[in-house]
Each structure stands twice: as structure tokens, then as C-alpha cells.
Design a protein around this ligand. Sequence first.
Ligand code: HEM
Length: 600
Amino acid sequence: MALLNESSRSWGPHQAHDILLRMSTRDVDDEWGFFVTAICTVLVASMVSMFYWVLWKPYSKRKFYEKQCIRGPVFRPFIGNLPEIQDLRRGVPQLGGQISESPARRVATELFVFSEKYGKVSVFEQGSMTRMILADAKLAKDVLLSKAGYYKRSVLTTEVVSAIAGHGSILTAEGGNWKQKNQIMSPAFRHTFLKASWNPLDGLFHQIVERGDDLVTKWQKAINNAADTKQGAEVAVDLDVPETLLDIIIRTTFGSTSGIEGGDIYAVHEAVNFMTRVLGNRLSGYARLIPGFRFFPTPTNIKFCMKKRAMVNVLKNIVSARMKLANDLKASSIAKAGSRQGAYGGDVLGMMLEAMNEGNSNMTASQVLDECTVFFLATDSPTSLLLMWSLMLLAQNPDWQQRARSEVQEVLGAEATPQVDKLANLKLIDMVLNETLRLYPPVPAITRDASKVHQLGSVTIAPGTNVIIPMSVLHQSKEIWGDDAHLFKPDRWEVKNLHTNGKNSADGLNDATAATAAAADSVNSFNNFMPFGGGNRICLGRNLARMTVKLLLAMLLRRFSFSVSPSYCHAPGRGGNNLWPKFGMQLLIKNVESEVTTTD
Ligand code: HEM
């Protein structure tokens, strides 16, 4: 203002106007300058931050580990060791392969190769993420047990699970939130509860037997229609087994809620499979990690959205049908107070709804839907894989097939419906299942992110390190299992062959064995067999999965004999990280002599 007064006094109105004009131009210049400075600051800050997170962080972490003599493939900025990983994976034969080779090597190739080349603890980068492979059973155990407090679910797992099942489901929840969910759901999966719910007339056991009977009938029809009854019929195990197990898992989770249509459930199953495939795909999976990418209307993103919406709608219908049933039951006071199976039902869905409506949990309706989705995600394929590969391994090993069948015939007798309490006596079947889980772990590795600096054995772990526990590698270790680690030898699970450290269990799930006495000490100190993970976050459905597969396997062995079909091409590894048979699983089945050969 002082400038304006002075100028207008000495130079007159035109000059004053001129000064005003020049001043407003200078304001605009200043604003523009401010704008440019702000943009430059943001750009420089983003570049510094990018440099820090994408280059400096992984580089300094790598140096930190190198100082501790932890090695890995050469450090590469930005992309990390993705080229080496791609090369290793490309080197895996696409077709065929030796049936006796280590199958998990096909899907977890880099975990095997890096730990063989760089030692039991090795390090590599995936993009800007520093990853550490712990092919050391003792350290793996520490991560899951004594040092579990220093770790949380990995960002990678959280991203994948959240994209399908929303945020904060039991798979991704942490701390008190996880504890609460675990307390609500775990009763439905406890051994005692499962046993009690195996009421031969209408419980879970009955449901499994019914679905098993359906499969037996289907395969019997295939035999009856086979052109050459002597050769038997070819069945697509990779299609029939998942269908049966999907049905069983749904009944466990959702009971026999009215309102569930078979087609609807398959829509959910298909949606979960599609979304898992998209996220497991290296290209589309990584693209979704770019902030905002999932909102771009690419064909895959659109399909992803539509499938997810369809899935949520089906689940909403299931939940509201159950709520209606519960309200009707409560209104007509049919539900007996204090009975295990209350108005909401004794399955997982019932327990969650009861907690939401009656308990003091802060579970919301949308969280119940998320948890339902998680059950599809967590249960469907691993349980199917266990039964499928058990059948394949028995088809390849006729002597073991016969031994297992003889045990089933002896223990279960000729009764049409197996007796639930006799299942515990199927020791050979337990051994076959353990050996299948060892050779074909349905979940080949689990990961955690270190949240604080801490000491793990002799290694100091930096926060942000993504630690990989490669069950597939540990299950194949010659040091632990002996030189024949790659072979199917259920005998190794026989109690007399186990170094149990005094611990044992009916399932044969004991501290697993060291074939070499030298390794016995390190082996006995930890359960090296961890197909279901370990510690607090151990698989919630492990007892259910084992009991279900055991019962179905017994039912199938009692009725059919299995051999590998000439059209089968051994290539475990379809679909990213799991051991799906890439070209299907075709087995030849025949009726076991002495059994009735025709039904229906
Ligand atoms: C052979 C079949 C199965 C295998 C091999 C398997 C394997 C696993 C593994 C390795 C984990 C631990 C993941 C980690 O620590 O990061 C896990 C967690 C889990 N599994 Fe399974 N699973 C199977 C079947 C099932 C079934 C049938 C259900 C439920 C009906 C189920 C429900 C869960 C849940 C809810 C978790 C998360 C537990 C938590 O974080 O607290 N799983 N499973």
C-alpha cells in the first residue's frame, strides 16, 4: 500500500494503474512460482522416498545380511532377483517328468535351488522386498513359536487374501482381533467337537459318508460303462475329488442351511478359484499391487469385480437364510438353552452368527461374510490335493495300496457304513497321509514379515524382512529324512521308526523322524513335519481335513483298485504355487475282487 500511495502521488493515475498491473502480474508470477516449487518439492520428495524404499532399503538390508555371511544371488536394483527366479522356473520341464522326482521342486524351484546353493539361510530380493529362506528346521520353528511375537502375516498374503475376502479376516487379522476370531471359530474344529459331531445318523460323519457314497456310485457307473471291464474305467480324479470335497466343506462350514442351491455354491467356488488364479498370476498379481490399478476397467479387473459381487450375493443369501431359521427357531422356542447346537447351528457359520448376535464380540455382518469367503479360500484346494495325491501315490505303489486296503477291510469290516470309532485304528492310512503331505505339501511354504529387529539363532533379523518357511524344502531334506527322502515310503512313519522324543499321537503326527542318527538331536528338537504350519497360527481345519480324507480314502480303497492311466502325464504344478496336476489326474479303476461289482 505504501508503494502504491507513493507512486500515485508522484506519477499520476496512469502510472498508478501501470504499477497495479505490474503488481498483479507479479502476484501471478509468485503464485506460479509457488506452484512450480511445490511440484518440484513433491517430485524430489517422491524421488528421494522412491530411492530410499526401492533402492537404498533393499540394498542396505542386503549389505546387513552379507556382513553376517548370509548369501544369495547377486543384488539387482528395482526388479530384484526376478530374472533368476524366472530362469529357474523356465528350466522346469513343462511336460512329463519322473514320477519319483521331488514334486514340490517344480513349484518352489527357487526355494530349493537358493537354499542348496547359498546355505540353509539365504537371502534374495523380489522387487524391492528382501526375502529370507529359512531351510533350517530349528529357525523355522523359532519363527512360528518362540519368536512369533516379532512377526506378522506377510504383506503378500494380506494383499491376496484381502482382495478376495476383505480386510481383517482370520487369515490376516493380528493381535487381539485374531484372538477373538480364533476363540469364536476354533471350537468347531477341535478334535473332541469333531468327534462328537460325527453322529452316524445326521452329523458331519454322516454327511461325509453320504458324499463318499455319491462318488463311489459315480465311479461304479464308470466301471459298468467301461468298454473293457478287465482294464477298468478311466476316471478324472482332479475333477471328481474336488467336487466331492467342496460339497463336504460347505456342509461343515454352512451346515445344511436351507436356501443354499448347489449352483450358487459352485458360483462361489468358481469365483474364489478365478480370483486366486488372477492374484497368483505373476503379471496380473503384480499389477494389482500398483496402487489404484484394480480400478482400471481392464477385462480381468471387470471380471474380477463381477465374480466377487456374485460371490458376496450368494454368501449374503446363505447368511440371511440362516438368520431367518435361527429367528424362527428362537421364536418357537425349539432351541434348547445350553445345548451345543443352539438356534444358530453348530457349524462355523452358526458359531460366528451366535457370537455376532448374542455374544459380546464386535463381529459385524460383513466380517461374517469375509470369514465365509476365507473358508472357501483355505479349505477347498488343499484338502482335495491331499486326497488326490494319496490316490495317485497308492496307484503308483500297488504293494502299499494292497496293505492299506487290507487294513481297511480288517478294521472296518464289510459294514455298508464305516464305524466312526474304528477310524482311529487305520494306522497305515495315517502313515500314507503323512507321507503324501510330506512329498506333496498342499501349501509348499508360509511367509511372515519381521516387525522388529531381533535375534534368530545366530542371525540378526532386520525389520521388514520377509521370512519364508519352505515346508516343501524341509520335507525333502536328506539330513532329516535320509537319502531316500524323495521316495514314497510310508514305513518311515511307523512308530518304531520314529525318534519321538517321548511324544507320540494316534495320528502319527509326532516329532518326525531322522533317518540318520547323526541328525537325530537337531531333528528331535523340532517337529520337522509341518504341512499345517505351526504355533498359534497353525491350520484351524487340520483335524477336519485329516478325518475327512481318511474316511473318504478308506471308502474308496475298500471298493476300488487304482492304477495310473496311460493318458496321465505327471506334471504337478498348475496354477502358481500349488501342486495341482497340470494335465489332470487320470487313474484306472477296477472293482476290488470280492466286492459287489454292480450297483444302481
Ligand atoms: C490338507 C488340508 C489343509 C492344509 C495342508 C492346510 C494348510 C494350512 C497352513 C500351512 C496354514 C498356516 C498358514 C500360515 O501360517 O501362514 C493354514 C491356516 C489355516 N487353515 Fe488350513 N489347511 C488345510 C485345510 C484346512 C481346512 C479344511 C480348513 C477349514 C475348514 C482350514 C482353515 C484354515 C484357517 C482358518 C487358517 C488360518 C489360521 C490362522 O491364521 O489362525 N484349513 N492351513
